[in-house]
Design a protein around this ligand. Sequence first.
Ligand SMILES: [Cu+2]
Length: 356
Amino acid sequence: MMSLIVFLSVVLVLGILYMIFRVSSLVGVAKAKEGKPDSANTVNAALFVVFMILSLVGFFWYSFTHFKSYTLPVASEHGVRTDGLFWTTMWVTVVAFVIISIVMFVFLYQYRYQPGRKAKFYPDNHYLELTWTIIPAIVLAVLIFTGLKAWTDITGKAADDAEVIEIVAQQFAWTARYPGVKDQTLGKVNYKLIDNFGNEFGLDLTDKNSFDDFKSLELHLPKGKEILLKIRAKDVLHSVFLPHFRVKMDAVPGMPTQFKFTVTKTTEEMRKETGNPNFNYELACTEICGRGHFSMRMPVIVEEEAAYNSWKAAQETWLKQNPNYLKKVPDALKEAAEIKAGIQKDPGAGVAAVTE
Ligand SMILES: [Cu+2]
């Protein structure tokens, strides 16, 4: 009832405002004298110029005083390149924006109504039209093709020795899967094998490469080595976002995606650069994926390659953590699986093979 009254009052007030506007404009028409311009015409035209000056000053003031709060330090090789592309595009569009704004508002003032001045009929000018078509076309083509080149490099084939890591998204957490240190190859997965008892990756245990894979809830990355992130989603759309590395790629159910990049600064180095001893990289979900979306973040730790390798070697394999899945391993591979997963010591090769 109350909302109905509020609604009707709003309609009534709008109706009254409309009637006042109609009456005043009709009075204006009745009072106007032929050929004498309204002084409000010049005032309005001048106000447009004032508006333009204030807006442009505000625009540049805001952009420069808050510059640091919307740019993050960059920590990847391709990030420097994409940042360069971003700022080139930004400057080209800012210059075009300023020129268009000035011309638009100054012309409004310059060509306001004045008695005795008639508009000139100027149907077309081929040179003018060619100029304002060809120049923007060339500039846009250069911007688009340099961007496309960068994109094909990022999403292209990774180096053979690249560090392959799988990122799996689900409502509302990220899980990483690393190839084990013994075979350095991710085992096969099949979404049909995903279950509620522990096989969250859908690991295919008939593939011997899966025996030493391990799971991590932190994303550890080596500095200076090419990394290939293989990304998939188990339920809805998510998106991998590593802002400092300028990495952003959607995680799509049923359609694996990937992104390759090389990190250039360790967490420690970034702490020194930012002057923040608590600095940490993070992986955030940047696709609204449900009500727990805000909590979908994963700590990221970047180390020198040696430290990274020793972290990897210290991790327990997935199969060792879920030994009841040994029954899914074909009989012929069972012993190899136990050795590779670190459940049983390798009797043939001795201690060296286990600690390798
Ligand atoms: Cu998400």
